[in-house]
Write a protein that binds this ligand. Sequence first.
Ligand SMILES: [Mg+2]
Length: 304
Amino acid sequence: MSAAVGNPALLRGIGDDCAILRLTAGQELLITTDLCVEGVHFRREWHPPRSAGHRCLARGLSDIAAMGGEPVACFLSLGLPDLLPQPWANGFMRGLLALAGQFKVPLAGGDTSRSDNIIADIEVLGQAASGSAVLRNGARPGDRIFVTGELGGSAAALKGLYVGNKLTASARHRHFYPMPRLDLGRWLRQKKIPSAMIDLSDGLSIDLAHVCQESNVAAVIDTAAIPVARRASLDLAMHGGEDYELLFTATQRTRLPAKIMDIPITCIGEIQAASSRRGIVQVRDETGRVRPLKLAGWEHFRKI
Ligand SMILES: [Mg+2]
């Protein structure tokens, strides 16, 4: 493995028993870990190795983005089958390191082992000024709910793969090569805009429910306002996962432009006081009718 890129915080990376990091004074360390398992998170027949490596790191970086943090270093533990062709492993590392290079996140350590399936455990370390990381628990009744980008595109691609569509894993496709919203997340934190924030990895309905649970509030979303990606349906935009966009809440007074850093910002609803009667997330259709939303995340690959 090669570390490929440097970060001033990394004093010692691969080559010693431990990595050594020196954080800037006044910063807090953010740590996230994500497990990618072949057949659950990717399939060799669908995902080129570069895409699998990219997606593995993108999941961790997206968690750092959701806190408004700045990534510092990543660590990768890989389990690979004996019979796995070497070019697959090389492609996986190329995909992961290309994304790492783009965000200046050195691979600072890791481990490899033999394994029946491909498993990749990624750990990403990040930093944010003390007390400034955006949490899930700050949403308050009256706050507006915003999402970045468009939703459902990744799930629509995955659905296509299920039914046998031939999809080209183009570098711009957000299913194969999702781009974590790191710059936007950091900008929002620095401007102190979000009262709460999360990245959309499991799907809008489930991830919004996480914010509501942590903040002890409820939410109502306007179905007509949801930015549905091209080729996706409202259902996929509501429940499909792996878009790696950001969802954040902000006070009623917050005025945001339609785009920040060229990424669309859409107000999709509002936070309400928690109510056991109404349920945690409700949807309001074009006629104004409000009904409870059945939460359903994207259970990728579990059904097969
Ligand atoms: Mg997350």
